[in-house]
Design a protein around this ligand. Structure first.
Ligand code: ADP
Ligand code: MG
Length: 382
C-alpha cells in the first residue's frame, strides 16, 4: 500500500498492539489501577522520510491521503481539528503532540510519509486507537531522534486522542500498547504512571483468554462515557478528594449518605474495582491465573448493575461463557458495546465458543466474532 500511495518503498516499518483489559474498568481517569495486556493484533506503519516539512498519512481505512505541513500542526490542533478526516487526527495528532515535546528541535523536524495497516478490530474494546497512536509515536520518535521514554510516548498518544480527536479517554490503552510484554500484564497506577510487569502464566496453566466481540459499536466521543466521567468527578468532589482513587471500600457508607443513588453507585463501582485490580495482582502472584475467576465475574456485575455500562449482548456473552465452564468472564473496554473476555481452559475453548454463538442466536443478536488473544510485546520497530 505504501508503494501504491507514495510511489516508492518505505524506509522501515514499526508496529504497536491493541490491548485487552484483564480487569480495572473506568478506573484509569479516576487515578486508579488497571491491569491490561497487549495482544497479538497490531497496527503497522510504514514510513519514509521526506526532504520537506510535510507529513502525509494514508490508511487501508480510507482512499484519501491526508497532508499537512508540520508547521501547520499547531494551527490545526486542537482548534481546527474538524477540518481533518477523523481517522487522520490520530496519527497527525500524535505528530502534533511529539512536535510540541521536541522543544528547540521542533522547527527542524523532517517531513514523513506514513501508511497504516491494522488487524486490530475497530470499536471492539481492543483499542485500535492506542495501536495507531503507539505505532505513530515509536516511528516518529525514532525517525526524529527524540529522546523520549515510553511513558512520554504513551502520554503523547493520549494527548492526541483527547485533544486532536476529542475523545476524553485515560492513559491505560497507550501504556499497555507501549509497555506490553509477552505472557505478562501491565499493572499500572494511573496516578503515578508507575508500572509493574505481572506474569500471567496463562500458557503454563493451560488457560486462554477468549474474546467475544458483540459487534455492537461504541463511541467514546458521545453518549454515556462523558456522563460517567462527570459522575465520578461529582462523587470525588462530594467526598472532598481529588480523585476516587483516594477512597477505599471503608469510605462507601459515608459516600452513600452524601450523594444521590446514581452517583453513589458510580462511585461504588470505581472504588470496588480498584480493590479488585489489587486483589487480582496479588492472586496472580500467590496462586496463579486459575484463581482470579471470581474477581472477573464480580467486575462484570459491578459494571452491569452499578456503573450501568453493559448491554444485553455483553451480559449474554458473559453468562454463556460461564455456563460453558469458563473460569471467569467480564465485559472489557469502555462499555456500551464492544467485547467480553472469558478466561477459559484450553480444552473448553470450543464449548465456550459454541455456547456464546448459540446464546446470541437464541436471543436474536447478530453472530459474535470470537477469537483468542495472547499476551504480547508492546510497540517496536519491525
Ligand atoms: P477502539 O476501541 O478500537 O480503540 P476507538 O473509537 O477508540 O475504538 O478508535 C477507533 C478509531 O481509530 C477508528 O474509527 C479510526 O478513526 C481510528 N483508527 C484505528 N485504527 C486505524 C487505522 N489502522 N487506520 C486509520 N484509522 C484508524
Ligand atoms: Mg480507543
Amino acid at each position: 500500500m505504501f508503494e501504491e500511495r507514495f510511489g516508492t518503498a518505505p524506509a522501515g516499518t514499526w508496529s504497536a498492539p491493541g490491548r485487552v483489559n484483564l480487569i480495572g474498568e473506568h478506573t484509569d481517569y479516576n487515578d486508579g489501577f488497571v491491569l491490561p495486556f497487549a495482544i497479538q493484533h497490531r497496527t503497522h506503519v510504514a514510513l519514509r522520510i521526506r526532504d520537506d516539512g510535510v507529513i502525509r498519512v494514508a490508511s487501508t481505512f480510507d482512499d484519501e491521503t491526508v497532508e499537512l505541513g508540520l508547521d501547520d500542526l499547531t494551527d490545526v490542533f486542537p482548534a481546527r481539528r474538524d477540518e481533518v478526516a477523523e481517522w487522520a487526527r490520530y496519527p497527525l495528532g500524535v505528530a502534533w503532540a511529539l512536535r510540541e515535546l521536541a522543544g528547540e528541535q521542533a522547527g527542524s523536524l523532517t517531513g514523513v510519509d506514513l501508511a497504516f495497516a491494522s488487524n486490530v478490530p475497530v470499536g471492539a474494546g481492543l483499542s485500535s486507537s492506542a495501536a495507531i497512536e503507539g505505532a505513530t509515536a515509536v516511528a516518529l520518535a525514532e525517525t526524529w531522534a527524540l529522546d523520549l521514554d515510553r511513558t512520554v510516548l504513551a502520554r503523547a498518544g493520549r494527548t492526541a486522542e483527547n485533544e486532536a480527536v476529542g475523545a476524553p479517554t485515560g492513559i491505560m490503552d497507550q501504556m499497555a500498547s507501549m509497555l506490553g510484554r509477552a505472557d505478562a500484564a501491565t499493572f499500572l497506577d494511573c496516578r503515578s504512571l508507575e508500572v509493574e510487569v505481572v506474569d500471567l502464566g496463562f500458557a503454563a496453566a493451560g488457560l486462554e483468554i477468549v474474546v467475544i466481540d458483540t459487534g455492537v459499536s461504541h463511541s467514546h466521543a458521545t453518549g454515556g462515557y462523558g456522563e460517567r466521567r462527570a459522575a465520578c468527578e461529582r462523587g470525588a468532589a462530594l467526598m472532598g478528594v481529588s480523585a476516587l482513587r483516594d477512597l477505599g471500600v471503608d469510605d462507601l457508607p459515608r459516600a452513600a449518605e452524601l450523594m444521590d443513588d446514581v452517583t453513589f453507585r458510580r462511585v461504588r463501582h470505581v472504588v470496588t474495582e480498584n480493590q479488585r485490580v489489587i486483589d487480582t495482582v496479588r492472586l496472580l502472584r500467590e496462586a496463579g491465573p486459575a484463581a482470579i475467576g471470581d474477581l472477573l465475574v464480580a467486575s462484570h456485575g459491578s459494571m452491569r448493575d452499578d456503573f450501568e455500562i453493559s448491554v444485553p449482548e455483553l451480559d449474554t456473552a458473559v453468562e454463556a461463557a460461564l455456563s460453558a465452564g469458563a473460569v471467569g468472564a467480564r465485559m472489557t473496554g469502555g462499555g456500551f458495546g464492544g467485547a467480553a473476555i472469558a478466561l477459559v481452559a484450553h480444552d473448553r475453548v470450543k464449548q465456550v465458543t459454541d455456547a456464546a454463538t448459540a446464546a446470541f442466536e437464541a436471543s436474536g443478536f447478530s453472530a459474535p466474532t470470537i477469537f483468542t488473544v495472547a499476551p504480547s510485546d508492546g510497540a517496536h520497530r519491525d
